[in-house]
Design a protein around this ligand. Structure first.
Ligand code: URA
Length: 190
């Protein structure tokens, strides 16, 4: 097994045994290509994700998968995870203290995967990296955050709420390959 996979497996065990972590639902650690260029980060698992232990497999996830296919990417080509790794009750928004307590694990997960680009899905994930950013103004733009490049995208669940939001979401997905290319170039010249 390669080193990255070993590190991720050990990180998963650390999360499983951390009794201080909030939420008692199933762990949804993340899945995909650990050598990916693009790491997608959502907010927290929903009902289907809790049932299956896999991120973004409900309606929003199906839209994400389909939209990636439209630009020639398979779900297996990217890595997908969430800020908070267990489902909040009744799908409520994650609380600031939940985000804070899961933060050290997400930080390590990002370090291990070391993607070219982090694509945030929705405002919680965007504001985790860019506290002052506004979703409608800043989605579809590329930002440098310390050693990483962050590309905010609307949450696919928001895109499902109407045609305008869907068009905005699809447009940003369409621009994703260019953003990765740009981030790759900037990263290599750092
Ligand atoms: N919404 C999220 O933010 N994450 C998931 O995994 C599913 C729905």
């Amino acid at each position: 097994m390669n080193e990255k996979q070993k590190k991720l497996d050990s990180l998963r065990r650390e999360i499983e045994s951390d009794k201080n972590l909030p939420l008692s639902t199933n762990l949804v650690f993340g899945e995909g290509d650990i050598d990916c260029k693009i790491l997608f980060i959502g907010e927290a698992p929903g009902e289907k994700e809790d049932e299956t232990g896999r991120p973004f497999v409900g309606r929003a996830g199906q839209l994400l998968t389909k939209s990636l296919e439209e630009i020639g990417l398979k779900r297996e080509d990217v890595y997908i995870t969430n800020i908070v790794k267990r489902r909040p009750p009744m799908n409520r928004d994650p609380l600031p203290e939940e985000i804070l307590l899961y933060k050290p694990y997400l930080t390590k997960q990002i370090e291990i995967i070391n993607p070219v680009l982090i694509a945030t899905l929705g405002r919680f994930s965007m504001n985790y990296f860019l506290p002052d950013a506004k979703i409608m103004k800043d989605q579809g733009k590329l930002f440098r955050v310390k050693d990483f490049f962050v590309y905010p995208i609307l949450h696919p669940a928001a895109a499902l709420r109407g045609n305008t939001m869907m068009a905005v979401f699809k447009e940003s997905i369409k621009k994703l390959p260019k953003a990765v290319e740009k981030a790759g170039k900037l990263k290599s010249t750092k």
